[in-house]
Design a protein around this ligand. Sequence first.
Ligand SMILES: Nc1ncnc2c1ncn2[C@@H]1O[C@H](COP(=O)(O)OP(=O)(O)OP(=O)(O)O)[C@@H](O)[C@H]1O
Ligand SMILES: [Mg+2]
Length: 393
Amino acid sequence: MDPVRNPFAPGAGSQPPELAGRDVIVSDAEITIQRILRGRYSQSQILLGLRGVGKTVLLNKIEIIAESHSHTTSFIEAPENRSFPELIYPKAHQAIRQLSMVENARSKAYSALGALRAFASAFKIKVGDVSIAVEPRTGIADSGNLEFDLVDLFLSIGETAQAAGRAWTLLVDEMQYLSGQDLAALIVAIHRVNQRNLPVLFFGAGLPQVAALSGDAKSYAERLFKYPAIGPLPPDAASNAIRQPIEDEGESISQRALVEIVQRTQGYPYFLQEWGFQAWNLASSSPISEPDIAKASEEALRRLDNGFFKVRFDRLTPKERDYVIAIAGLGKGPYRSADVAQALGENVQSLGPRRAQIIRKGMIYSPAHGDIAFTVPLFEEYLKRHLKLPGKA
Ligand SMILES: Nc1ncnc2c1ncn2[C@@H]1O[C@H](COP(=O)(O)OP(=O)(O)OP(=O)(O)O)[C@@H](O)[C@H]1O
Ligand SMILES: [Mg+2]
């Protein structure tokens, strides 16, 4: 069918034509966003889920909702190996500048800029284009200890937002890449603004290991945040994610074709977009039927294997690859670390550092003590398609 009208959107963070099955999460976020403006108890959240389940899409949606309720927002994606002070600096600057437009918030904004300037020099941030004309404040955000200084900075921004009659929402994606130190400081800062009842809200997203990383950083993180699990879509929502966009374009798809897509993708949002996209392009006319899905599956898998799966596999060293290949040889997860060790003919302790490094790269995580699982859905099947696994002829 006409590729120009193809509604599907397979891509990192790309807005799906139908945000299926996330109503509860979205409305819950919206309630929190409204409550904080009224000074009510509002719990910050960290969305947790595997690769491609729609965490970034949800964070974007939450940011738009926050803006619609007159929050000032700052969105940060944590890349590997960048420090949080460096990432927060330009965003904090922008947020304070925005809040300073409100007459009542001018003087607080001025102090906050002073705190930010002190913060920048304490952490030797290269300010580049984003330099601040205000004098740095002394004794605020300038100790060089991130846990203290980030608290000062967040308190300053919170007070500015309060004076403006607004709220500040900070959103951080890919939280698993924050260092332990940065994560700890972030948690403390959110905790402090919470205790002071300031209008600051935090929405994070990351791989499932973020829950444990946060708990390790600060034991009270578990009570501070809500951790909504973002999983694959249940069959009804998954069907909807495919059917609705097709019908919105005035076309149709057979029930059996839908069932086939849901089954092939197991309801994983990224896969749904990929299958929908291919099915639309490969079908010659409506209704999209089962034989169209057979062709679409081949093309979708080819694209995933050369993209989504491959880029992740390529980031591993040869030794790390041996490790994940050994995992895939064990069948369906989760897997016991001890079994992986056995498959490799080594002991669990000596494999510890390798396992830890693969976790840091975001390829695997530990759902329970001694267990491991892939963060990329259906990754073991990818490996099976492409590699000679141990024990396989
Ligand atoms: N609720 C949904 N219904 C249908 N499609 C969705 C839904 N949520 C996300 N998608 C689609 O899934 C794909 C992946 O979304 P997104 O990039 O937000 O995932 P992610 O969880 O952030 O992945 P990663 O961990 O790799 O960053 C996108 O193509 C998006 O359009
Ligand atoms: Mg993402």
